[in-house]
Design a binder for this molecule. Structure first.
Ligand SMILES: C[S@@+](CC[C@H](N)C(=O)[O-])C[C@H]1O[C@@H](n2cnc3c(N)ncnc32)[C@H](O)[C@@H]1O
Ligand SMILES: [Zn+2]
Length: 295
């Protein structure tokens, strides 16, 4: 996956300071100017910046969106373009079906559970889930182009939503799935915990938060932009103090057909060593699966 950092347009303004007596140079996002000191967000209307306090917003959503834009390795535009042009990622459908089956057997969800798929993209995993189980699935993503495809494929309950500012009530879901949610591509544990807390607010007590990410079992970092080693993820989940239990598994996608038993195995030294022997670690395809039950 190419890592497209946001390129600032040449015309962007970098000399405006916050009129709320902060003196802070404002961040020009194209759609608004935002102050990192007081968190006010000044809109741009018809290309004209409105630098009035009375017109500024302080709502969390715009702040979060700006923060996301600043911190993301891959921009929102990147994903919208990606889904428009490419349609989707290269997949190993059989392996992913196997994975979802194993996951559901393991989770023991209540009958007809409400599930949030956050960072659902084109709803690829949601479609697998729907084809195998009877649940109420909510697919949310920042990128509408992905969701359009999910809709064409028959998914219902699709929402453009920011993972930082979910528009669902507390304790609403029986399970939350975050499969490759790239908002988590952060090295800062505090950021990670902040996002975990915001997502978990909508999860029922005892419900599983399932976090799946390409990983690197060798524990070195910044390969293909994914630096989340099992150790890092474990420490972040534990430090968050949000969860009763945490289980870590690895899921070896390219080998799914050949090495069925290795799928969804607890991460142990033996498994790690075996995996390293078998798989070229230069390619993503090893998934880290973290299942954490909310307190
Ligand atoms: C690597 S893709 C994975 C998509 C899908 N889960 C899959 O496995 O096919 C990451 C997705 O996360 C979405 N995303 C990133 N940050 C987000 C945020 N803050 N809120 C909602 N979605 C976000 C992106 O738009 C993108 O569709
Ligand atoms: Zn300010």
């Amino acid at each position: 996956m190419n890592i497209a950092r946001q390129v600032r347009p040449e015309s962007s303004i970098d000399y405006l300071i916050c009129p709320n007596y902060c003196g802070t140079v404002l961040l020009d996002t194209g759609e608004s100017f935002s102050c990192s000191s007081c968190q006010l967000n000044f809109p741009v209307v018809d290309g004209i910046p409105v630098m009035l306090k009375s017109a500024a917003t302080r709502n969390r959503e715009s702040d979060d969106f700006l923060k996301h834009k600043r911190m993301a390795y891959e921009s929102l535009e990147h994903y919208n373009e990606w889904y428009k042009q490419r349609g989707d990622f290269d997949r190993a459908l059989k392996a992913d079906q196997y994975f979802i089956r194993r996951l559901f057997t393991h989770l023991r969800l209540p009958v007809h559970p409400k599930i949030l798929d956050i960072g659902a993209g084109s709803g690829y995993y949601g479609r697998i889930v729907k084809s195998l189980f009877d649940e109420e699935l909510f697919s949310c993503d920042l990128a509408i182009e992905g969701l359009r495809q999910g809709k064409q494929a028959g998914l219902k309950k699709l929402f453009v939503m920011d993972a930082y500012a979910l528009a669902f009530q507390d304790n609403f879901f029986d399970a939350i799935f975050a499969f490759g949610l790239n908002s988590f591509m952060k090295d800062d544990p505090t950021e990670f915990i902040d996002l975990l807390a915001r997502l978990t607010r909508t999860l029922a007590p005892g419900g599983p938060f399932v976090y799946v990410f390409s990983t690197n079992l060798r524990q070195d970092s910044h390969q293909f932009g994914y630096s989340h080693t099992p150790k890092f993820v474990q420490s972040v989940f534990e430090r968050s103090n949000l969860f009763e239990t945490l289980e870590l598994y690895c899921f070896i996608r390219p080998l799914a057909h050949l090495y069925g038993p290795l799928l969804l195995n607890p991460i142990t030294t033996a498994v790690t060593q075996a995996v390293q022997k078998i798989v070229s670690m230069k390619k993503p395809g090893i998934r880290l699966v973290a299942i954490a039950r909310k307190k």
